[in-house]
Structures are given as structure tokens and as C-alpha cells.
Design a protein around this ligand. Structure first.
Ligand SMILES: Cc1cc2nc3c(=O)[nH]c(=O)nc-3n(C[C@H](O)[C@H](O)[C@H](O)COP(=O)(O)O)c2cc1C
Length: 194
């Protein structure tokens, strides 16, 4: 997309395209964004795989293990930030919003159906992620032993909806930074000093 930095509308279009590319393109920097959530008073950041992006609803989908401590932390405070920087495109995107956790409902059913067998294996680990252990080898997955479908009960879907999107484009001739803030279905668009 050429000269997208010349208008707020095309800055937003470019941001949406950049996020979308992360769903199917494993080489896209937005395929593995960082999600930050609260852990009580602390902030916790981690890499996740972007599974889907609904542009109309401004929803990003991530998968995780229901047993993970972050699930209860998100339920306590579901404010979240998603961040990624595309080094080739020189574009940073920051999203602010909230997460809705799904477990054993129609959302998880549909997502599980479309999950590759290899990815299903992660949910069959015999104990809860983040548990302190003595020997990691005991928790290696034996591909011949596991019933992948058993993992479904540990499978959770996180739907992140954002109300704010900030894009920073690094450009030699002059950086460009813009913010988009949604209230209901109206969007406020502003340039920012980079
Ligand atoms: C490339 C990559 C992709 C990852 N994808 C996911 C993911 O989709 N879901 C997830 O829960 N953890 C994923 N992880 C692991 C998390 O970064 C994190 O280590 C783990 O979820 C524990 O985080 P927590 O302590 O905040 O629960 C991924 C890690 C890497 C390096």
C-alpha cells in the first residue's frame, strides 16, 4: 500500500491490513504479538499466536490453556494491551481493549474444530501451565500415548476487543503516528506527535 502515511483513513487501513496479515502468514510480525494483562498489581506480557482478526468487530482471537493462571487473572481484570512491531514495514501497532474468556461453549467448539492436530497436543499436558516442577522431562508430551481430543477440556479462547489503535510508522523523511478511538461505532481519528 503506497503513500498510506498521507491520510488518517489510509493509516487505519494499513494498520488493519498489518494485523490481518498476522493470521495466516507465519512470517508476519503480527502472527505472534505480545499480549499484556494484569496479574494483580503487576503487568504480565507474553507472546501468543494470532488465530483470527475480525476487522468489523475489532476482535482478535487467541488460544490458551484454561488451567493457566492468566485465565483467573484476566477474569479479575480483563483490561489488556496487544503490541507488535513489524521490522520490515517499520510499523508499530498498539491496541488497548479487553478480553473475554471462552471455555466449553460454541466459540471454543468452532475454534477447536479448526485447530490443527499438532496444536491440540499442547492442551494435553498432564498438569496446569506455570506449575513449578522438578523435572521437565516428565511433562514432555508422548505423541503416541495422548488422546488429542482430551485436550478440549483445557482449551480456552480469548477474544480481545480493542477500543483504541495506535500506529507508528518510522520513516526517514518524518515519522507518522496516529490514534483511532472507538466509542460505540463512531471512531475519532487523530495524528499524534511521533
Ligand atoms: C512463538 C510463541 C507463541 C506462543 N503462543 C502462545 C499461545 O498462542 N497461547 C498461549 O497461551 N501461550 C503461547 N505462548 C507461550 C506464552 O508466551 C507464555 O509463555 C505462556 O502462555 C505462559 O504465560 P502466562 O504465565 O502469562 O500464562 C507462545 C510463546 C511463543 C514463544
Amino acid at each position: 500500500m503506497k503513500d498510506f502515511e498521507n491520510s488518517l483513513d489510509t493509516m487505519l487501513e494499513k494498520a488493519f491490513l498489518t494485523i490481518s496479515s498476522g493470521v495466516d502468514d507465519a512470517k508476519s510480525y503480527f502472527h505472534t504479538p505480545t499480549v499484556c494483562t494484569f496479574e494483580g498489581q503487576d503487568i504480565s506480557a507474553r507472546t501468543v499466536v494470532l488465530r483470527d482478526f475480525n476487522e468489523q468487530e475489532r476482535v482478535l482471537r487467541f488460544h490458551t490453556d484454561q488451567r493457566s493462571p492468566k485465565i483467573s487473572q484476566i477474569k479479575e481484570n480483563n483490561n489488556a494491551t496487544v503490541h507488535a512491531y513489524d521490522q520490515e514495514e517499520k510499523i508499530q501497532i498498539r491496541l488497548k481493549g479487553s478480553i473475554e474468556v471462552h471455555h466449553q461453549d460454541s466459540v471454543t467448539e468452532k475454534a477447536w474444530e479448526n485447530t490443527r492436530e499438532m496444536s491440540k497436543e499442547c492442551y494435553s499436558v498432564k498438569d496446569s501451565p506455570s506449575k513449578k516442577i522438578d523435572n521437565p522431562v516428565e511433562f514432555d508430551i508422548d505423541k503416541n500415548q495422548i488422546d488429542r481430543e482430551m485436550g478440549y477440556e483445557n482449551f480456552a479462547v480469548n477474544l480481545f476487543t480493542f477500543q483504541s489503535l495506535e500506529i507508528l510508522y518510522l520513516k526517514r523523511a518524518g515519522h507518522r503516528r496516529a490514534i483511532f478511538e472507538w466509542l460505540n461505532n463512531d471512531v475519532k481519528k487523530n495524528w499524534l506527535i511521533p
